[in-house]
Design a protein around this ligand. Sequence first.
Ligand code: NAG
Length: 350
Amino acid sequence: MGNLHISWLLLTQSLLLVTRISASVVPAVVVFGDSSVDAGNNNQIPTILRSNFEPYGRDFSGGKPTGRFSNGRVPTDFISQALGLKPFVPAYLDPSYNISDFATGVTFASAGTGYDTATSDVLSVIPLWKQLEYYKEYQNKLRLYLGGIKANEIINGALHVTSMGTNDFLENYYTYPGRSSQYSIQQYQDFLIGIAGNFIKQLYHLGARKISLGGLPPMGCLPLERTTNVMGGNDCIADYNNVALEFNGKLKGLTTTLSKELPGIKLVFSNPYYIFLHMIRRPSFYGFEVTSVACCATGTFEMGYACNRNNMFTCTDASKYIFWDSFHPTEKANHIISDYVMNNVLAQFR
Ligand SMILES: *[C@@H]1O[C@H](CO)[C@@H](O)[C@H](O)[C@H]1NC(C)=O
C-alpha cells in the first residue's frame, strides 16, 4: 500500500513534469529583421551590402564568413542556443540548408532593411513584406515536410523574433530627403509603428503566438555616427539616442495594445537600449577597452566591403571592442545583449 502510494506519487509528478516541459518548450526560432540578425540572406540577392568575406566571421565556428555582420554570432544565434536549440539560426536563402534545418530555426532577415519599404529600397535588400512572403512559403514547406498537425504545433510554439528600425532612421530618414520632407520625426515614428503593428497582426493570423518585438539600440553611439559628430567631439549623437528612446517607448506601447487586442498572444518587448548603453558607459565592467571606434579597419566608417582582409588596421582581439565594424557589435557584445534579453524578457518562453 505504501509502495503503491509512493509510485503513484512519482508517476503523477513525472507526468506533471512532462506536461510542464512540453507546454513551455520552444520548438523553433523564427527571425525577421535587418543586419543585427541576418545570417547570410544578403549573399543570395543582388545588393552591395554584404559581409561574406574575411575578416567577418573570423571568430565564428570554422572562421567562416557566413554573411553575419560580426566577427562571430549574432543575438538570435545565442537566443536559439539558450532555448536549447541549434547554436545558430540559418538563413532562409542559404542553399546549404533545407527545411529539415529550418524546422528548428530560420532567419528571413536582410541587412539594410527596415519597417519602411523605402528603407529596403536604398540598398536593394529584402523588404519586410517580402520576408513575410518567405515566411508563408516556409510554412507551406514545413507542412509538406512534417504534416499539417506537427507543422502547426511548431508555428504555434515557435518564438518569433523581430529586430529592425535603426536603418529607417539612419540609412533613410536622416540621409535622404524623401521621408523627412514628408514626415516630422514624430510622424515618421508613428508611420513605422503602424507598419510594425500590421506586421505583428499578420504573424498572428499566420499562427504565431510567441513574439518578441525588438527595440532600438542607442544608435547615436554607433561609431559611424560618432565619426560624423565632429562638433560634438565624436561623442554619441544625443538626438539619435533620444529618437531611439522615444521609438522604443512607442514599440512598448504597441505590445501593450496588441496584447489586449489579440487573444492568446504572448507578445513582449525586448529592449537592448540600456544594457547597450551600460556597456558603452562602463566598458571595464564587461572587460571591454574600446567603445567609440570599431575593431575592423580604422573603426570609424568601414563596414561591408570597406571592412576587408586587406586592411592592416583591423584589431587582433575583437573581445576588447564593443563594435566589430562601424555599425555592428562584436560577438561578445551580441552575447551580453542576448543574455540580458534572454534572462529578463524571454525566460518566460523557456
Ligand atoms: C536536407 O539536407 C540533408 C543533408 O544535406 C539531407 O540528408 C536531407 O535529406 C535533406 N532533407 C530534405 C527534406 O530535403
